[in-house]
Design a binder for this molecule. Structure first.
Ligand SMILES: *[C@@H]1O[C@H](CO)[C@@H](O)[C@H](O)[C@H]1NC(C)=O
Ligand SMILES: *[C@@H]1O[C@H](CO)[C@@H](O)[C@H](O)[C@H]1NC(C)=O
Ligand SMILES: *[C@@H]1O[C@H](CO)[C@@H](O)[C@H](O)[C@H]1NC(C)=O
Ligand SMILES: *[C@@H]1O[C@H](CO)[C@@H](O)[C@H](O)[C@H]1NC(C)=O
Ligand SMILES: [Cu+2]
Length: 256
C-alpha cells in the first residue's frame, strides 16, 4: 500500500546498477494538533497534523531529504531510528549530541543516504517526551523495490505503530518529574496506530481497524514507538490479544 506519495524530485541513474537511486523529499511541518482520547482533549505535537506522522518509504540506495519546520514552542530534533548514517553522522538527530536543536520557529533539512539496510525502521522526535506523538514509519525496500522481496509480493503492506497516550500534556508531566526527581508517570493507554482500543475507560469504539480480504497476504510492519521502557515490556500482551483470531506466520526480526 502506498501510504503517502513521496515527492520524487528526480532520479539519478547509476551507471552499472540495475535500479536507480532516487532522491526522496518530504516536508515536515511540526505543530499543534488537537486530539481526543479516553474522553480527554488536548493539544499534541504532530507532524503535518497527523499522529502517527507520515510514513517515509524508500528503496535501499535512495537519498532522503526531510525539511523540518518547527512551529512548536519547543526545541526539536528528529532521529531516524536504526539508520546507519554512514558518512552522515550529523544527520542522526540526537539533540545536543550530533546537532543543536531546531529552535522554535526555525527550520532544518536532514539529508542522508539509506545504504546497506532494508526493513521496517521509524523516525521520532529526540527531545523530552515529544516522541509520544511525533513519530512515524520509515520503510526501506530492496533497491529493486517490492518485486525483490525474498517472498511473494504481499497484497498490501500495513504499518502498525504501537504507542502511548497520556491524558495530560506530556511535556508538563516530564518537567514535573524532572523537578521532583521522581519517575514520569505511566501512560494512560497503549495505542495502536494512535488509537487506544476498546478496553480503557471511555475508549469504546476508538480502535484502529484493519479491514482485510480473505485469501490475500498482508505484510504487517510492527513498530514499537512506546516512550517508557516499563510500558514496552507489557506490549506483547497487547499484541497477542489483538491477533488472537488471526492465523499468522511469525517472521524473525532483529532489534534495532
Ligand atoms: C498549541 O497548544 C498549546 C497547548 O494547548 C497552546 O498553549 C498553544 O497556544 C498552541 N499553539 C498554537 C500555535 O496554536
Ligand atoms: C533550546 O536549545 C538551546 C541550545 O541550542 C538552549 O540554549 C535552550 O535553553 C533550549 N531551550 C529549551 C526550552 O530547552
Ligand atoms: C476505569 O474507571 C474506574 C472508576 O474510576 C476505575 O476503577 C478503573 O480502574 C478504570 N479502568 C481503567 C482501565 O482505567
Ligand atoms: C519500571 O520498572 C522497574 C523494573 O521493573 C521498576 O523498578 C520501576 O519502579 C518501574 N518504574 C515505573 C515508573 O513504573
Ligand atoms: Cu529512536
Amino acid at each position: 500500500m502506498k501510504l503517502q506519495s513521496p515527492l520524487l524530485v528526480f532520479a539519478l541513474a547509476f551507471i552499472g546498477h540495475l535500479a536507480e537511486a532516487a532522491l526522496v523529499k518530504h516536508t515536515f511541518h511540526i505543530g499543534n494538533l488537537t486530539v481526543t482520547r479516553l474522553c480527554h482533549t488536548r493539544a499534541v505535537i504532530a507532524v503535518n497534523k497527523q499522529t502517527p506522522g507520515p510514513a517515509i518509504e524508500v528503496n535501499e540506495g535512495d537519498t532522503l531529504i526531510i525539511e523540518v519546520i518547527n512551529d512548536t514552542p519547543y526545541n526539536m530534533t528528529l532521529h531516524w531510528h536504526g539508520i546507519f548514517q554512514r558518512l552522515s553522522g550529523w544527520a542522526d538527530g540526537a539533540n545536543m549530541i550530533t546537532q543543536c536543536p531546531i529552535l522554535p520557529g526555525n527550520k532544518y533539512t536532514y539529508k542522508f543516504d539509506v545504504m546497506g539496510q532494508e526493513g521496517t525502521l521509524w523516525w521520532h522526535a529526540h527531545l523530552s517526551f515529544l516522541r509520544e506523538t511525533v513519530h512515524g514509519a520509515l520503510i526501506i525496500r530492496p533497491r529493486e523495490g517490492a518485486e525483490a522481496y525474498p517472498f511473494p509480493r504481499p497484497y498490501k503492506e500495513i504499518p502498525i505503530i504501537l504507542g502511548e497516550w497520556w491524558n495530560d500534556d506530556v511535556m508538563t508531566i516530564d518537567r514535573q518529574a524532572f523537578l521532583t526527581g521522581g519517575p514520569t508517570r505511566n501512560a494512560d493507554a497503549f495505542t495502536i496506530n494512535g488509537h487506544p482500543g476498546n478496553f480503557y475507560n471511555c475508549s469504546s469504539g476508538d480502535t484502529y481497524r484493519l479491514m482485510v480480504e480473505a485469501g490475500k497476504t498482508y505484510l504487517v510492519r510492527i513498530i514499537n514507538a512506546a516512550v517508557n521502557i516499563n510500558s514496552s515490556s507489557r506490549l506483547p500482551t497487547t499484541l497477542s490479544l489483538w491477533w488472537q483470531s488471526m492465523p499468522a506466520t511469525p517472521t524473525p526480526t532483529r532489534l534495532i
